[in-house]
Design a protein around this ligand. Structure first.
Ligand SMILES: NC(=O)c1ccc[n+]([C@@H]2O[C@H](COP(=O)([O-])OP(=O)(O)OC[C@H]3O[C@@H](n4cnc5c(N)ncnc54)[C@H](OP(=O)(O)O)[C@@H]3O)[C@@H](O)[C@H]2O)c1
Length: 288
């Protein structure tokens, strides 16, 4: 296992070692995650800084832009350092209004995997998450046909590892009956804790849980209790929220998003904040 100075150390996804402190690239596209960024050079700088800081896990999707974020990752970082692992997701596309309609038919998933390979400049994708549900959250229903398609693409050698995203606990179990699942990427943060039981279950199985919107996403986390702890520790609420996630369980991996080099650096330092038992108990009450 490789060592890292980043907070949280490392985790192994299948056979891929990644830093628990990763980077989510969605915020690099234009407003509403549509089109190019206002400052393309700034976006490239954020990606290069993430790698310079030692991050070896970047989360992306060809739906960001669409096709914008993957192009930025390739422009900034290709040829990729050996230690870097890019995790992408398929299962949703974009409409002209900026919506995220599902695209989970076998032909759509095959096309999306090939587009990710081309746009990222790769022969094999390290990890592909099947995005389920819709913009409102997970929805019950069988994933067998869609996940089976990704399992076939994995057998064909185009994908190393699989995960699911925006999934119910039942869908995680169904996916595991089809192929190994190395991570689950769902909405979770200090204030939104629907998946507490799932995180503990996955920790017991050695499966990673990757919270999206770790900082609240498009509406930053706000809570009087969070602000009180942050003030006491002379830290920002964002730092406390990230540090809390690293404390939450060893299988939690961070992919906070930012379009700012300064925020990225702040987040790396912030995630390493030490939290006492008293701080944790106070923070624990926020989302319960
Ligand atoms: N599977 C899915 O369905 C799904 C859905 C959504 C997201 N994701 C993934 O999850 C990743 C993380 O989600 P996210 O980026 O949407 O939300 P997030 O990480 O919860 O929050 C990002 C927001 O926080 C701000 N921010 C970050 N660091 C900050 C700091 N130190 N101080 C002040 N503001 C700060 C960013 O603004 P600045 O740019 O100004 O820093 C941005 O607006 C995405 O990049 C994407 O890869 C997956």
């Amino acid at each position: 296992m490789s060592s890292t100075s980043l907070p949280g150390g490392t985790w192994t996804l299948g056979d891929l070692t990644v830093t628990r402190f990763g980077y989510g690239a969605m915020q690099l596209a234009g407003p509403g995650v549509m089109g190019p960024p206002a400052d393309p050079d700034g976006a490239l700088a954020v990606l290069r800084e993430a790698v310079a800081l030692g991050v070896t896990h970047i989360d992306t999707s060809d739906a960001y832009g669409p096709h914008v974020t993957n192009g930025l990752i390739r422009a900034a970082l290709h040829p990729y350092p050996e230690a870097l692992h890019i995790v992408t997701k398929v299962g949703a596309t974009r409409d002209p209004q900026g919506g995220w309609p599902p695209a989970r038919q076998p032909a759509e998933l095959r096309r999306a995997v090939h587009e990710n390979l081309t746009n990222l400049g790769l022969d094999v994708l390290d990890l592909v998450n099947l995005r389920l549900g819709d913009a409102q959250g997970p929805r019950p229903g069988s994933l067998a046909e869609a996940f089976g398609t990704l399992a076939a693409l994995r057998r064909e050698g185009l994908i190393r590892h699989l995960g699911v995203s925006n999934a119910t606990a039942e869908q995680v179990v169904e996916a595991q009956q089809i192929a190994p699942v190395v991570c689950v990427q769902n909405l979770y943060n200090l204030a939104y804790r629907q998946d507490d039981a799932l995180i503990d279950e996955l920790a017991g199985q050695g499966v990673a849980y990757v919270p999206f919107f770790p900082l609240g996403g498009f509406s930053p986390l706000q809570s009087a209790a969070l602000s009180a702890v942050a003030t006491r520790l002379d830290a920002t609420p964002m730092s406390v929220a990230l540090a809390w996630l690293l404390h939450r369980s060893p299988n939690v991996l961070l992919i906070p998003g930012t379009s700012s080099v300064a925020h990225l650096r702040e987040n790396v330092v912030g995630a390493g904040l030490a939290l006492s038992a008293e701080d944790l108990a106070e923070l624990d009450k926020i989302g319960r």
